[in-house]
Design a protein around this ligand. Sequence first.
Ligand code: BGC
Length: 324
Amino acid sequence: MKKSMLFVLALVFVLACALPAAAKDYKVGVAIYQFDDNFMTLYRNELQDYMKSLETDDEKYDITIVDGKNDMAEQSNQIDNFITQGMDVIILNLVQTSSADAIIDKIVANEIPLILINREPLGDDGDESYAGILDNANVCYVGADARQSGTYQGEIVAELENHGDINGDGKISYIMIEGDPENIDAQYRTEFSVKALVDAGFEVEELDDQVGNWAQAKGQEIAANDLSKFGDAIEVIFCNNDAMALGAAAAIQAAGRKVGEDIYLLGVDALAECVEMVENGEMTGTVLNDHIGQSHQAVDAAIAALHGEELQNYYWVDYVKVTK
Ligand code: BGC
């Protein structure tokens, strides 16, 4: 080899060593069931901010977040696109947990790590966790155990001086405003709030149980109808989330009723406006659904998967009772 050639090769080698290695750029696909959801808005913003804050000179995260518009077909297309775009990891907030198998299988077949969030997938029988898929080291669920939030709602009522029995007839008469019944959070909160009262030895009377689909306007409509139908007989309004409790609070005010005096109102999430309402007595209580803890855990799991680490089946984040 000629001397000049050797010199050029040596120069290339020295330059290559001196140049910083290019940062690894990971593609992260985040599919949210619906942007128009108070809680999931807080969640997705925190998720994005937190993941960006973890970027280093060596590692960057190119995050794409899409809105499933509460439409399973739309979300299924979005996942197809994520696969075509070669996402390195997918964070998925399912629209429909009961028909999750197909969408999950697709992602798994393409060997893309999958972090399921907020809506725990159900098994074929509709009431067991879709545990089989979570056994896969590339798949996990990050969430909070909704049984705990329901129990806390019931306990808040049980701990009141009159235990929610305002008219002293020996029973707690309530209406239940449910989230999307597809969602295990709605099922468990509905069941366990009442169970906590019964387990504590109280008699309960359900005046009404209706689906408000997590939405404020629907919560208001249901509460308004029930307040005019059942009047003073309603002692407690349980809402599966705070958005619907905000609606119910407006209906309570319009009906001339007063929380803490002639009615009690419970939510879940601890949205900032609801925590303020608990503080000034406009709501009896709520339960912190820790969107910060959950979104951080989801991101940590996603990054672990990007680094080739095995995922646990579940990562649970605790709820916290919020009262005055
Ligand atoms: C939250 C609701 C939210 C739902 C979306 C629940 O955990 O409490 O506010 O609408 O998740 O799936």
